[in-house]
Ligand binder design. Structure first.
Ligand SMILES: *Cc1c(COP(=O)(O)O)cnc(C)c1O
Length: 366
């Protein structure tokens, strides 16, 4: 290895905002494009590193370089967040135990239930904010192989003590996965807190414009990274070059979008807490997802349908503000209140967002 910097655009240690803007660029040569072009190729001239379209793509690599640098590990792009998540679960041996949050993303819960029904693993769902209970669940299953953390959880917005849990898991020989979709690497870097694998639905904040389906894994260990890449090659849950290009373009402004969305979310959460029609506001203190619970007897669906600016839609993490009642989904945990609305706060003018929300909530005011 030479002492030369690995990338001409990163001659010095740079901070996350700079990585977001400059990472993954092609080598600086006269007339080279400044940013990575979209490489549409199913095959490559033989005897190189890639060879075939399912094994790699320069546009994926550019996206992976930026996300890997932000999370502090090696990133792998997948066709969706669920493709990334199920690839991790695929590596768990038959009969192994998996401890996971009862309020994890509903797709993750469904994937665990599906694997359990087919005899592949035993899932133990816990309150991820109760550190003692999580450690107890790992100890109670001597075949426990994986601790799945999501923090904040979707949509209950509970927080896990990732550092303490990772330490305890490793003492028990349990591997630790963190779904970092809500926080993004700008607000939380699970690998530096001891996690082994980070999962992203890049569909959300990383791409950030509600126009891309994409997932990713980030790992620090070369061997684990190789095993996950081998699964991606085999199963073929690979993204399109255009999707990774859009996500990379989205990540160029991740820090700006997140800063504005978070500032809006803090303001909205504070005002909702004083609203007479709202019995509970959940906001973990960072990020841009806010959950509110309406007083009994009021229709959260009606509120979701009455806003004009906020769009009634699932998903989150785009520049646009969206909201939905989570229990409209059959797979949502029954412990989530019927009247819980999840707000994904966007980057519009906060006064316009508040005026619209207040108007939709007005029928609830006694
Ligand atoms: C959306 C989401 C996923 C699934 O990602 P897809 O890109 O929709 O497959 C996983 N985890 C969390 C926390 C999510 O919000």
């Amino acid at each position: 290895m030479s002492d030369e910097p690995s990338h001409p655009d990163h001659p010095i240690d740079v901070r996350p905002a700079t990585i977001a803007v400059t990472g993954g660029r092609p080598a600086r040569q006269p007339d080279a494009p400044l940013n990575p072009p979209i490489t549409m190729a199913s095959t490559y001239v033989a005897a190189g590193d890639v060879e075939y379209g399912r094994y790699g793509n320069p546009t994926w690599s550019a996206f992976e370089e930026v996300l890997g640098a932000l999370e502090g590990g090696r990133a792998l792009a997948f066709a969706s967040g669920m493709a990334a998540a199920t690839t991790v679960l695929d590596l768990v041996g038959p009969g192994a135990g998996v401890v996971a949050p009862q309020h994890a993303y509903s797709g993750t819960i469904m994937a665990l239930a599906d694997l359990e029904a087919r005899g592949r693993l035993h899932a133990h769902l816990v309150d991820i904010a109760d550190t003692d209970a999580v450690i107890g669940a790992m100890k109670a299953d001597e075949d426990c192989a994986l601790l799945w953390i999501e923090s904040p959880t979707n949509p209950a917005l509970e927080l896990a003590d990732i550092e303490t849990l990772a330490r305890a898991a490793h003492e028990l020989g349990v591997r630790v996965v963190v779904d970092n979709t809500f926080a993004t690497p700008l607000l939380q870097q699970p690998l530096s807190l001891g996690a082994d694998i980070v999962v992203h639905s890049a569909t959300k904040y990383l791409a950030g414009h509600s126009d891309v389906q994409l997932g990713a894994l980030v790992v620090s260990d070369e061997e684990v990274s190789g095993a996950l890449k081998a699964r991606r090659d085999l199963v073929g849950a690979v993204p399109g070059p255009f999707e990774t290009w859009l996500a990379l373009r989205g990540m160029r402004t991740l820090h700006l979008r997140l800063e504005r969305a978070q500032a809006n979310a803090i303001e909205i959460a504070g005002r909702l807490a004083d609203h007479p029609g709202v019995v509970e506001v959940r906001y973990p203190g960072f990020g841009a997802i806010v959950a509110l619970v309406l007083a009994d007897g009021f229709s959260a669906d009606l509120v979701a349908r009455s806003t004009r600016l906020w769009v009634h839609a699932t998903s989150l993490g785009g520049v646009e503000s969206t909201l939905e009642r989570r229990r409209r989904w059959k797979a949502e945990a029954s412990t989530i209140p019927e009247g819980l609305l999840r707000l994904s706060v966007g980057i519009e003018d906060v006064e316009d967002l508040w005026t619209d929300l207040e108007r939709a909530l007005a029928p609830l005011v006694p």
